[in-house]
Design a protein around this ligand. Structure first.
Ligand SMILES: [Zn+2]
Length: 376
């Protein structure tokens, strides 16, 4: 019996994999059973209690590298607003499958799992496919970095990241460098401020420097310029004391020409030795030359399946993905972001994914895998 990607989407949505804490193990072992049952070679990487990544392979004969499909199974929390549907039921209303993680990105995972499992036989004796299914993406690609560090993914010839793009082929995204800046002072009673050193005043000077900060790098032709935003500022515990600690949360979005260690050095020089910089999230930008032959194949197949004109300008994703960790680990092959979810529905109340998009994505992935297998 072939695996139905819509049915599988519903099964995946039924697992509560809200991160934190994640608890993705049940969902991951469910996928492992399906893939092993279809004849793929699977291996799990447990990296925390009830948390694991899954790598599954089919084919892999000869010298040709496999085509990699990747996706994550954790989701963000439900949010404060009440849902109008059960977020774990995968109910279909008017051709839309509702549920937390439908768009981002269990329907995408279901689509490539169904596509590759259903053609596992056909991929034998070819370069084949490697499926990298991660836990813990939503908090800084944690799972993918565990896999990359362990050297479990091997090499791949190209990567498809099934994050939500409404089945459009996107050729890159910015990187993210989230920093916690810590500024120290000396506390004193609020009636005698001259006896202390006020960390809030020091933080104010740091904020002014951050607002004026310049990256001094030419904009990327498609990803644009890097950005810096101060997202959080905290100082002081009570109104009648001099604060001895301030913390500033900074969100930097980078482009390929900007090395993250260089940004940190530049910031240190600008802000002074007094400010401690700690990275919270550190994921690099991803970019593939849109004129590379495989990207042209992807765009052509996608146009055939969806009937939609991709336009003449290369398109990029507003968010970052596991590709930041996986593309370098897999040997920097061409990488495309292409999945059935709608980016605008990700992380929203009443998140959904179009059933038609799930079927289209499965078709696109099958054709990509078939073309890959045939191209030796
Ligand atoms: Zn995602």
């Amino acid at each position: 019996m072939p695996i139905d990607p819509v049915e599988l989407s519903r099964e995946l949505i039924a697992f509560n994999t809200i991160n934190p804490p994640g608890n993705e193990l049940g969902c991951i072992t469910h996928l492992e059973k399906i893939l092993a049952g279809a004849g793929l070679e699977t291996s799990l990487q447990h990296f925390a209690p009830d948390r694991a990544n899954l790598v599954a392979r089919t084919g892999g004969a000869g010298s040709k590298l496999p085509l990699c499909f990747t996706g994550h199974v954790d989701t963000v929390p439900l949010g404060n607003a009440p849902w109008s549907v059960d977020p774990f039921a995968g109910e279909i209303i008017d051709g839309k499958m509702y549920g937390r993680g439908s768009t981002d990105m269990k329907c995408g995972v279901a689509a490539f799992v169904a596509a590759t499992a259903n053609m596992a036989r056909q991929l034998e004796g070819t370069g084949g496919a490697v499926l990298v299914i991660t836990a813990g993406e939503e908090i800084g690609c944690e799972g993918a970095f565990h896999l990359a560090r362990a050297g479990m993914v091997g090499r791949a010839g190209a990567i498809v990241v099934a994050e939500p793009t409404s089945n459009a082929a996107l050729v890159g995204h910015k990187g993210a460098l989230w920093l916690r800046l810590t500024i120290k002072g000396v506390t004193a009673h609020g009636s005698m401020p001259h006896l202390g050193v006020n960390a809030a005043y020091k933080a104010a000077r740091v904020l002014t420097a951050l607002e004026a900060f310049q990256f001094n790098v030419a904009p990327h032709p498609y990803l644009g310029s890097p950005t810096l935003n101060v997202g959080t500022v905290r100082a002081g515990l009570n109104v009648n004391s001099v604060p001895d600690l301030a913390e500033i949360g900074v969100d930097i979005r980078s482009i390929p020409a900007l090395d993250h260690s260089r940004i940190q050095e530049h910031l240190k020089a600008e802000l002074g030795e007094d400010v401690l910089l700690q990275p919270i999230v550190d994921v690099g930008a991803v970019w593939t030359d849109p004129s590379s032959p495989w990207i042209r194949d992807v765009i052509e197949i996608t146009r055939d399946v969806t009937g939609e004109d991709p336009g003449s300008e290369p398109r990029t994703a507003p968010y970052f993905t596991d590709a930041s960790a996986l593309t370098p680990a897999l040997g920097n092959p061409p990488t495309i972001i292409l999945g059935p979810g709608e980016a605008a529905k990700a992380h929203q109340t009443d998140e959904y994914c179009s059933v038609q998009r799930i079927r289209e994505a499965t078709d696109i992935y099958s054709r990509l895998a078939a073309r890959w297998a045939a191209s030796e």
